[in-house]
Design a protein around this ligand. Sequence first.
Ligand SMILES: [Zn+2]
Ligand SMILES: [Zn+2]
Length: 275
Amino acid sequence: MASTEWQDGCGAETPSPETPASARAAVRWGPQHAGARELANLYSPGKRCQEWISVILCFSLMAFNFIHLLANFHLGHVWYILLAMVAGILTADFASGLVHWGADTWGSVDLPVFGKAFIRPFREHHIDPTAITRHDFIETNGDNCMLTLFPLVNMAFNFLTLSPAEIYRIYPFYCYLFALAIFVTLTNQIHKWSHTYFGLPGWVVFLQTCHIILPRKHHRIHHVSPHETYFCITTGWLNYPLEKLGFWRNLEDLIHRVTGEKPRADDLKWAHKVK
Ligand SMILES: [Zn+2]
Ligand SMILES: [Zn+2]
């Protein structure tokens, strides 16, 4: 089957002309795809509750840490802060690629607890890429908020217990950690914007156009079946160099040789689901 791109940037498999009309309709990606419907139904109240708790805790801790970063600011730190922010954003972009690649390429929705909670959204996103644009703030950001809870709690605890001299010494590292936490937390929101073609605020479009956050056209490259490149979805800055290095391909070859597992086996299974 050949690969094409839809106007909204979503890759789709083009059925051959000999394919019967009913089957052709079945492999069309979108909310009506059989696999997409089944995956959407697996979103449970328990999962929703986990997302709500993660969002509330994460944003409270962010506000707390931000106030303490401002209170401990020294002019002498300015260059370190800028450097730390760029390093934090690059790390977040790489982390987004690694997690996205891991969930897209390995594992299965059938894994106990983890599969339905954390792999399901990745499978749904490939066969119904516009579903993310219908998710509310909690569903979009809940999981990423959970990922950043541990470093944010650790930072808050240290602001409360360390001496001013110790905080001064560790301050540049905390700027790095805070930039990393902010961009990891916002990754799926940025990803959602990269799929949104109508009604985006002007400042979001500006950030996309300047490639400060993931641009829409850039992310389309990932959505061409079989979804094997351009996994970084925070800023996308690392996609081109990683592709040139063959980073994901080499990692997949290595894992395949060691474990015998086939990359994207589960993803392809869901893509071809017809009922
Ligand atoms: Zn993907
Ligand atoms: Zn996407």
